[in-house]
Design a protein. Structure first.
Length: 669
């Protein structure tokens, strides 16, 4: 029996005979057949609801569960935006509802009010189609777009949905970066041209010989070769460092033995300990090198690199310690060589410090503006200085006696003791020489401790008013804070006491503060979602106004529900931010659903177009040309909207214009 296609093609007597020979069907059967054909046609030309172009609520929309690593895709989108200001939107659906990929992204870009800095990649995973939409004002050239498109297609052919999104983001990022930072022409040719031609050749070659898998194998081979070369060089370097450490240990041991014969054991004991510790580290280093073994092409890079790094740190510590002890030995010898002069210098310095202290003490006693606690602090400093002066004077006398009876090497130990005493007393007398500065420092210390503890007390009363343990600490804090104005209090001791109380209060409030921080974060998320929902409801209201009498009662009922959800969510933002965020998401979703379901209205109507007021999906025409014309009118209508909307996760720092022209491409993979 001929097919329906044959009936359409046949002409002449045979066709006529075949037609006249057909049995006459009852009218009811013809009616049923026509109804079935009509239903089939309507199903064929009407895309699935989920595949219609729609207003994107986020930078990444996955309606089919295609994305495996959401964080990796969003990180690539973030890198692109941070470095270039461009925002890549990515959407995955089952199919494009009968549209081509480029038509689908074109209309979705209009529905989503995308501007010059917005890029859109859409993938229909079931029908294996894709589309890419780029604004003419984005700064991306057609040549660069060609290369990035090839990178995207390579990933799509492997059904690597995550890889396609990341390739798009990273590809556009490199394109934009090259366009802004590389000089237009350099000697020998254009670096930018070289980069993109090279990228195109690599992408095309990968498509011919096996795609990303071949590229990955080549990259892995180069990486292994580089790692082997690096480990080999590191192994040779470590060998040289171990030999140098052995030589340094031998030299330090000989030097130590000579010093032990000259100086007091108390002076050389730290150096003996340093040499022994470095020797132990040297043994440990040789043992670690043996464990690493010979470096070959099969050596695991990460593990060997980690061990070599630890080994080099060990060698460096041992070698640095030996250098420090050698320098200290040299200082001892220089001190012994000039012991007589140094003893007299110390005696003179100690006598001068004593005279300064004698002059300072009555001046402090005459200060009537000092608090009792501050006078006590100054008295403690003077007492400490007197003790240090006595200690220094005694050490100088011992050094003189040893120099006279034993020799300069034996005088070194008391000389160093006198040096330390003089250094400390000079520092303390310097503090006494700036009384006003010291008083100011103490007062600031006490004021800071008081202010900080007062803030913690306020936090405790706000966060834990019913916690008895916290209440006890608050009572202790208030008692201590009441002592701050007392002139008899020692400001330094009181500041230390306040700090100790604050540490205890901080520990008691840690859990309450963590809960408050979580609440504040939830509030910030809810506030962000509130801005999104308000924008969606505003767009919905604009569409309702534009639709006029064409909007049904159901549309208006659903719109009011979206407004009610928005109001409920706003009211809950501070008190229950989690519930507010959920409610505001529902409001945004409801508003989007209303906006998508409204009949489309053309800006410029034609007198010959009787269906222009209905838009696609409501048109009575069954032809594809009428279907596309209605979509085009939607595109014209939407271009007048403001394009300042971005996704809920960020706001744009550049102005946008949804009326700018866009170019789109796509295909099957």
């Amino acid at each position: 029996m001929p097919t329906s296609y044959d009936h359409a093609r046949d002409t002449g007597p045979r066709a006529t005979a075949r037609t006249t020979a057909a049995p006459a069907w009852p009218l009811a059967r013809w009616g049923a057949l026509l109804a079935a054909v009509a239903v089939t046609f309507l199903l064929a030309v009407s895309p699935a609801f989920g595949a219609d172009p729609f207003n994107l609520p986020d930078e990444l929309v996955d309606e089919v569960g295609a994305v495996g690593d959401d964080a990796a895709v969003r990180a690539a989108q973030e890198r692109l935006h941070a470095e270039t200001g461009l925002q890549l939107y990515v959407v995955f659906v089952d199919d494009f509802g009968g549209l081509s990929g480029w038509d689908w992204v074109d209309e979705t870009a209009v529905e989503s009010h995308l501007g010059d800095e917005d890029l859109l990649l859409a993938v229909a995973t079931e029908e294996r189609s894709w589309g890419l939409s780029i604004a003419e004002g984005s700064g991306i050239t057609v040549r660069q777009e060609d290369v990035v498109s090839l990178l995207i297609e390579n990933q799509l052919r492997e059904s690597d949905w995550d890889g396609a999104a990341v390739a798009a983001a990273d590809g556009f990022r490199m394109a934009f970066s090259e366009d802004e930072t590389v000089e237009e022409e350099q000697e020998g040719g254009s670096s930018r041209r070289t980069f993109w031609i090279g990228a195109g050749i690599v992408g095309l070659g990968a498509a011919v010989v096996g795609g990303p898998r071949v590229k990955q194998k080549l990259a892995d081979r180069r990486r292994r070769e580089e790692e082997f070369a690096e480990l080999t060089a590191t192994s040779e370097q470590v060998g040289g460092q171990l030999v140098a450490l052995d030589n340094a240990l031998a030299a330090s041991e000989a030097e130590l033995q000579y010093a032990e014969a000259e100086f007091d054991p108390e002076l050389t004991r730290p150096f003996r300990e340093a040499v022994e510790q470095s020797r132990a580290e040297s043994v440990e280093a040789y043992r670690a090198r043996e464990q690493i073994g010979e470096v070959t092409e099969h050596t695991v890079y990460a593990r060997a690199k980690e061990r070599f790094t630890a080994l080099q740190e060990l060698i460096t510590r041992a070698d640095t310690r030996l250098d420090e002890h050698t320098a200290a030995f040299n200082d001892l010898r220089r001190l012994a060589d000039r012991a007589p002069q140094r003893i007299e210098e110390l005696a003179t310095g100690i006598a001068a410090a004593a005279r300064t202290l004698d002059d300072t003490e009555p001046l402090l006693a005459a200060r009537t503006d000092l608090r009792a606690g501050q006078r006590e602090q100054f008295g403690d400093i003077i007492t400490t200085c007197r003790a240090l002066l006595a200690q220094g004077t005694g050490s100088v006398e011992v050094a003189r006696e040893r120099l006279r009876t034993e020799g300069p090497e034996d005088a070194v130990l008391p000389i160093k003791a006198a040096e330390q005493a003089l250094s400390e007393v000079t520092t303390q007398i310097g503090l006494l020489g700036d009384v006003d500065g010291l008083v100011t420092t103490w007062n600031q210390l006490l004021e800071e401790a008081s202010t900080s503890l007062t803030g913690d007390v306020a936090d405790a009363e706000r966060l834990a008013p019913n916690d008895s343990a916290v209440a006890a600490l608050v009572s202790t804090a208030r008692t201590a804070l009441g002592s701050v104005p007392d002139p008899t209090e020692d400001p330094v001791d009181l500041a230390a006491e306040l700090a100790e109380i604050e540490r205890a209060l901080d520990a008691a409030l840690a859990g309450y503060r963590a809960a408050e921080e979580q609440h504040l974060k939830a509030v910030r998320r809810a506030e962000s979602q509130q801005r999104v929902a308000q924008a969606r409801v505003k767009f919905m209201d604009n569409d309702l106004t534009r639709a006029g009498w064409r909007a049904t009662g159901q549309h208006r009922t659903s719109a009011q529900a979206a407004r009610d959800l928005l109001a409920q969510g706003v009211a809950l933002v501070q008190s229950d931010p989690e519930a507010a965020e959920s409610t505001l998401k529902q409001a945004a979703s409801r508003a989007d659903a209303v906006a998508r379901s409204l009949p489309r209205v053309e800006v410029e109507s034609s007198s010959s177009d009787s269906g222009s007021g209905w838009g696609w999906g409501g048109s009575s025409s069954s032809s594809r040309s009428s279907f596309s014309s209605s979509r085009s009118s939607s595109r014209s209508r939407s271009s007048s909207r403001s394009s300042s909307r971005r996704s809920s996760s960020r706001s744009s720092s550049r102005s946008r214009s949804s009326s700018s022209s866009r170019r789109s491409r796509g295909g099957r993979f």
